[in-house]
Design a protein around this ligand. Structure first.
Ligand code: SAM
Length: 333
């Protein structure tokens, strides 16, 4: 004789199936999106090589760019004496922030046109735009500007603007700010930007810093209280080197403030590596304004994709070797 199955079991199975179906649909739509992005990238590459980039393709510079900013900072295109001699390769903007009136930055952006040399040279993703993680990190640094008093600060992988590092240099009482990236064009642009802005006593410089297996230059080693880094965790070959570089740059008890979207879990791949060598904090709601905007966009925007756009935050804290019995030196591995 067949026994009727309890209602609760049927319901539970039904729910499991619904959850499975939803997961499959989510995975399919994310696969579709990835394929579409890949196709667009190939089109850009082909048109670039043939010198035929159309403005339509340029506008869509990879669909991840359709969501561009949280609107935390305001920009206005400007003319400066220096830009009288500018070519079409760059434009100048004034950056301000409604909730932080002290911010007034003059910032040079490189044009979004991609040249074949850009595709062949060192990673160019930092010369395309200011990514949402950098915008949010800048805002977070402004909200927490008092944490930088007397600090030595370095930004790594800051791209063509190192916007957060520039905000710290001009709006806090930091002692020293060093702006860095691995791309030469970014460094040259950063030097133009430094030339147009004043700091109130903070020493400010830009230099090339590539994360790699070798130790950082001796004059940078263990010099920094705070390292800033936005949207640099998706390079599979770079994560381990980035952990080594952060560790090498920080003083004992120094902190790395890292913002990056999940980008297909690459954020968590990085934190899994980093937690072997640092203490870490990952507050979900690290800023109530950013969280509110994120929730609003999730509910109302068709182009907003949390996986690609919402910056997660991790604070890595370097131990003090005199009190720490763990093997906490990634440089030696
Ligand atoms: C997505 S961009 C982010 C730029 C900027 N932080 C932003 O969010 O607007 C990634 C940056 O990492 C830099 N980068 C990639 N690999 C690097 C490496 N091995 N050493 C130093 N910088 C690197 C690139 O040059 C680029 O500027």
């Amino acid at each position: 004789m067949m026994h009727p199955r309890p209602l609760a079991t049927n319901q539970a199975e039904g729910m499991q199936k619904a959850v499975k179906r939803k997961a499959t649909t989510d995975e399919q739509s994310s696969q579709l999106k990835r394929r579409q992005i890949a196709r667009e990238r190939w089109n850009i590459l082909i048109e670039t090589i043939h010198g035929q980039r159309t403005s339509q393709t340029q506008q869509s510079v990879v669909s991840v760019r359709r969501f561009q900013s949280y609107g935390l900072l305001q920009t206005q295109k400007i003319k400066t004496p220096e830009c009288e001699n500018e070519t079409e390769d760059a434009s100048w903007y004034q950056y301000s922030c409604h909730s932080f009136p002290n911010l007034s930055l003059i910032v040079r952006h490189l044009s979004e046109t991609i040249k074949p040399s850009d595709l062949l040279g060192f990673n160019n993703t930092g010369n395309v735009c200011v990514w949402p993680s950098e915008e949010v990190m800048t805002y977070y640094c402004l909200q927490n500007h008092d944490k930088f008093a007397d600090a030595n600060v370095i930004e790594v992988g800051g791209g063509m603007t190192c916007l957060a590092g520039m905000a710290v240099a001009t709006c806090s009482k930091a002692s020293r700010v060093v702006l860095t990236d691995g791309n030469e064009q970014s460094i040259s642009n950063l030097r133009h930007i430094i030339g147009q802005n004043k700091t109130g006593g903070t020493s400010l410089s830009a230099r090339m810093l590539r994360w790699g297996p070798t130790l950082v230059d001796q004059d940078l080693k263990e010099q920094f209280d705070i390292v800033l880094c936005a949207d640099c965790l998706f390079f599979d070959e770079g994560r381990k080197h980035l952990v080594q570089t952060l560790h090498s740059l920080l003083k004992p008890k120094g902190e790395a403030w890292i913002f990056a979207p999940s980008r297909h879990k690459t954020f968590y791949m990085f934190t899994d590596l980093a937690k072997n060598f640092f203490d870490e904090e990952q507050p979900e709601v690290y800023d109530t304004t950013v969280w509110r905007l994120h929730k609003q966009l999730q509910a109302s925007s068709e182009v907003y994709d949390e996986n690609l756009h919402f910056p997660l935050f991790v604070r890595l804290i370097k131990g003090d070797p005199t009190n720490d019995s763990r093997d906490t030196t990634p440089e030696s591995r």
